[in-house]
Design a protein around this ligand. Sequence first.
Ligand SMILES: [Zn+2]
Length: 270
Amino acid sequence: MEQTDYQYAQARLAQLKTDYQVEVLADWGHATTDPNEWQPGSWTRAELDRLQDAICLMANIMGGNERFIRNLGGVTVRKSDIGSHAGEALSHRVSFSTKGSFSSWTVAHEFAHAWDANHGWRLSRRLERYTGGFTSRTLALLKRLARLSDSGPFGPEKQPGRQGRRRGCNRAGYFYGDRPSGSNWSFNRLEDFAESVAMYAGWERGNELSQHAHNRIIRYQLKNGDKDPFHVVDNWMDYAECFYPENGDYTKTRRWQFVDDLINGRMEVN
Ligand SMILES: [Zn+2]
């Protein structure tokens, strides 16, 4: 954060707190030892804008600021050294990596985790059930040993068709139901929920998540060996049966319906 943006940043922080009960831990400011010395910290003005815009978008999808606050129950946002991840979330807490920046998609994804966490991670369990999925590490292991998995026996391999994208072919033994927008070795019910919320918030709405959501789906129309919009080479055509929704319409998926039911109060959540 540049010193010239100090007032601007303070105003943003105050607004985030008032409107959404989101508290950003500022790592910028005047040095306590020398008030003339400016410490820029790791945040940029553009990131603060991106954070606020993505939160505003999610609140609108949820039906307003009060609903957002009720769903999330207040969140503290910080930047910290969290290794290779872009973001991380627990209940009432979202962290972004100090290495590199974060996207609007990452904000939506991490806040979805915080929403799930604020309900004892029961929302993702509901999603798993609703979509007809289940989790079994034993069955996943047997599947790998029987060479029925699209991964190696011990994990994903760095080649097309071996990343562990099929049902149960992931570390968690998560056999997702219906059609998520994608899956990899790290996929589990928590990631499924976070991605489903971000997909729902972006799908064909013309907002800052929409291009990303669109790219998630159109890649299954590519040929095997093609590079997708995220620069990943894989056998996309083979994976269409796992991920490509009916007529390419993501609103036809069970997980779109789940999020729609959830935010429109057609599902009881305690
Ligand atoms: Zn996640």
